[in-house]
Design a protein around this ligand. Structure first.
Ligand SMILES: NCc1[nH]cc(CCC(=O)O)c1CC(=O)O
Length: 309
């Protein structure tokens, strides 16, 4: 019956569509359903439409989720597939993150046009990125580089690199893996030296709270360990207000029933930073993340968060 088709909402970038297809494949496998039990519905978001300025100036994270969430609340789609790192910490009433898929590689990579390693770029070379976190982390290692805005989806950024707009760029390895092009990375960044975005590498599924048909269907593909790590990371982000205007990095790792978290906030020029390391039980993931966020906030002081806003 047509009305039974499960509608999966996603943004239209190649990466977003690949992620939606992965969720569909997992749901098919988990429930023995055919492909046509699902329909992938592409929704254009304001974040996709704004290409001329950094998203941090255009309103931040919700830009990639707003139209998709409206479609879900209207019943035009039944679930939405997102990159966790693009998700705001506060969701609209009636919606929840109902599952995380097992996390992919969390690391960033450098893609050099003719030079493989970030540290080998010549003095003052141009690097393209639109991520404040990557900008700050790059300038922290190489204050001489000229970091310029590099917007657009992964393909657009790679084209700009080809055209010589910059000598290099940074992207998430998880995205390259999902697009089938991990080999274009010329250097894999060590997460200790170049920590990822909170949530990087983890696909999440958002759905309507209390949806009796979709809820249990999604629960079957939830990866609990990723979920616990993300609870901690999102609590950290929430405690710091999670706005795109502050460069924030961090990662929760789980071994057995223990969780280790490290987090970092920086100024956009990479000159000032405040970090935190903590560990505890997985069952306390949210508290660990929230306390780490409060501790960093305390260390950095309000001046740090206000100085460039
Ligand atoms: N902001 C765009 C975005 N959101 C998620 C990913 C990569 C995939 C992931 O982290 O799961 C990317 C591209 C990138 O940063 O290279």
């Amino acid at each position: 019956m047509q009305t039974d088709v499960v509608k999966i909402g996603t943004r239209g970038s190649a990466l977003a569509v690949a992620q939606a297809a992965e969720v569909r494949a997992r749901l098919m496998a988990a429930h023995g359903l055919p492909e046509d039990a699902f329909e992938i519905v592409v929704i254009s978001t304001s974040g996709d439409q704004i290409q001329d300025r950094p998203l941090s100036q255009a309103g931040g994270k919700g830009l990639f989720t707003k139209e998709i969430e409206e479609a879900m609340l209207d019943g035009r789609i039944d679930l939405a597939v997102h990159s966790s790192k693009d998700m705001p910490t506060v969701l609209p009433d009636g919606l929840e993150i109902s599952a995380f898929l097992e996390r992919e590689d969390v690391r960033d990579v450098f893609i050099g046009r003719s030079i493989a390693r970030l540290e080998d770029l010549p003095q003052g070379a141009k690097l393209g990125t639109s991520s404040l976190r990557r900008q700050a982390l790059v300038l922290r290692l190489r204050p001489d580089l000229e970091v310029g805005m590099f917007r657009g989806n992964v393909q657009t950024r790679l084209r700009k690199l080809d055209e010589g707009v910059a000598e290099g760029t940074l992207l998430a390895l998880a995205g390259l893996n999902r697009l089938g092009v991990p080999h274009i990375a010329t250097e894999i960044m060590d997460p200790e030296r170049f920590p990822p975005a909170l949530g990087q590498g983890a696909i999440c599924i958002e759905s309507r709270i209390g949806d009796a048909r979709i809820g249990p269907m999604i629960a079957a593909i939830h990866h609990p360990q990723t979920g616990d790590a993300l609870l901690c990371e999102r609590a950290f982000l929430g405690a710091l207000d999670g706005s795109c205007r502050t460069p924030i990095a961090g990662l929760a790792r789980i071994e057995g029933d223990m969780l280790r978290f490290s987090g970092l906030v920086l100024t956009p020029d990479g000159r000032e930073e405040h970090g935190i390391e903590t560990e505890g039980r997985v069952a306390d993931a949210v508290r660990l993340g929230a306390e780490a966020g409060a501790a960093v906030r305390e260390k950095a002081g309000t001046r740090f968060f206000d100085s460039w806003l």
